[in-house]
Design a protein around this ligand. Structure first.
Ligand code: PLP
Length: 426
């Protein structure tokens, strides 16, 4: 059995190393392939058979050992204590648990504290959760400004912390669309000086940048395994000791009652293996990916009308992120044309792809809807190669030309149409 599993795993790993079945996958920020270490751990644990980590019998205790060893490994890779790790189903759940759980706990302790401070460039898992709490639970929101690269205005944060009604600051570690890295440690210092905790959505940072939970000063940190080579459906919320959360799920009382639900030993083992490997590779991988990314950006900006968005390449930007707007194009059309040419990338946040609206991140950075319409995000990951960059650079020029022609003929047609028929789509 073991040998059979091993052979199968090796074959899949080989496929993953070769970049899977597609020609050029440049959408790793959306989700990345399982790392071989994660696949091995996943298969090994699944092959061990049943065993609920909460059961008292031997199979349950064996599964519990796997969960706890994985918890320790995950914590060690992130400068956290094992007791600070709460397993979840991924980034969205971690963000919702952090924000809702903490805001409810703060409200219960002091009804006046119901304001959350955040920038409009946060991921929808944060934005929509906060907007829901605003509509349903009387949470107040202060939107903090960012500059043209997406960087938070720290002076505005400091000014907003003056009121005594602030319950929480939420600041993402790195932006999923434009890759801008935020000053989380400084923001945590400012928040703490005002007696306010800070949550950081580090879904795009973990495994890609050095992340030290204790050193960051954050009280809550969200992560998701499928962004660093672990399986989809496993994530974690790091909760600093002494931070109170009201649970969102009620049931078996797992994870000290904070997150009920049967623990996924295979998912935990695979996530810990992926993160351990990603963190060990980080210094060399960050350099390698930044090199590929910079070559990609240099080639993309040869296309007339192409503008790089987000922070300048360097410590302030995710090493695998290349974000460019192409004037006179629709990002969606470009994505389809590139896909037809064997290049897979995104218009921005994958969770929004298909929704024909300008990116809220680009609008918050000061772009107008027309500039934001032509946005493309290319994101590199652990199995990206020079050949992926070559494929993107070969395809981009013709794709932009076709997308521009298609857009201008659409515009001409709608101008020629009688006024009463021209509208219809907002
Ligand atoms: N936060 C950020 C910054 C993300 O990029 C994503 C996914 O794209 C999420 C949260 C949601 O994570 P998950 O897909 O694990 O629910």
């Amino acid at each position: 059995m073991g040998a059979g599993v091993g052979t199968g795993t090796a074959a899949v790993c080989q496929l993953l190393r070769l970049g899977g079945v597609t020609a050029a996958y440049l959408d790793h920020a959306s989700t990345t392939a399982l790392r071989p270490e994660a696949l091995d751990a996943l298969v090994a644990q699944a092959a061990r058979g049943a065993g609920n980590p909460s059961s008292l019998h031997s199979a349950g205790r064996r599964a519990r050992v796997v969960v706890e060893e994985s918890r320790e490994a995950l914590a060690a890779a992130l400068g956290a204590r094992a007791g600070e790790v709460v397993w979840t189903s991924g980034g969205t759940e971690s963000d919702n648990l952090a924000l809702t759980g903490l805001l409810r706990a703060r409200r219960d302790a002091d009804p006046v504290r119901r304001r959350v401070l955040l920038a409009a460039t946060e991921h929808h898992a944060v934005l929509d959760c906060v907007e829901h709490l605003q509509a349903r639970e009387g949470v107040e929101v202060t939107w903090l400004p960012v500059d043209g690269t997406g960087l938070l205005d720290l002076a505005a944060l400091e000014a907003a912390l003056v009121g005594d009604d602030v319950a929480l600051v939420s600041l993402m570690w790195a932006n999923n669309e434009v890759g801008t890295v935020q000053p989380v440690a400084r923001a945590a210092e400012l928040a703490h000086a005002a007696g306010v905790p800070l949550h950081t959505d580090a879904v795009q940072a973990v495994g890609h940048l050095p992340v030290d939970f204790a050193a960051s000063g954050a009280d809550l940190l969200s992560l998701s395994a499928h962004k660093f080579g672990g399986p989809v459906g496993t994530g974690a919320l790091l909760v600093k000791r002494g931070t109170s959360l009201v649970p969102l799920q009620h049931g078996g009382g797992q994870e000290l009652g904070v997150r009920s639900g049967t623990l996924d030993a295979a998912g935990a083992a695979a996530s810990a293996a992926a993160l351990t490997a990603a963190v060990a590779d980080l210094p060399t991988e960050a350099r390698r990916l930044a090199g590929l990314r910079d070559r990609l950006l240099a080639g993309l900006t040869q296309v007339p009308g192409a503008v790089v968005r987000g922070a300048r390449p360097g410590a302030g930007r995710l090493p695998g992120n290349a974000h460019v707007t192409f004037a006179g194009c629709e990002g969606d059309s470009l994505t389809y044309l590139l896909d037809a040419a064997g290049v897979e990338c995104s218009t921005g946040s994958a969770c929004q792809a298909g929704v024909p609206q300008p990116s809220h991140v680009l609008l918050a950075m000061g772009l107008d809807a027309e500039e934001a319409a032509g946005a493309l995000r290319f994101s590199l990951g652990w199995n990206s190669t020079d050949a992926d960059v070559d494929a993107a650079l070969a395809a981009i020029g013709p794709a932009v030309e076709r997308a521009r022609r298609a857009r201008s003929s659409r515009t001409d047609r709608s101008r020629r149409r009688p006024r009463s028929l021209a509208g219809g789509v907002s």
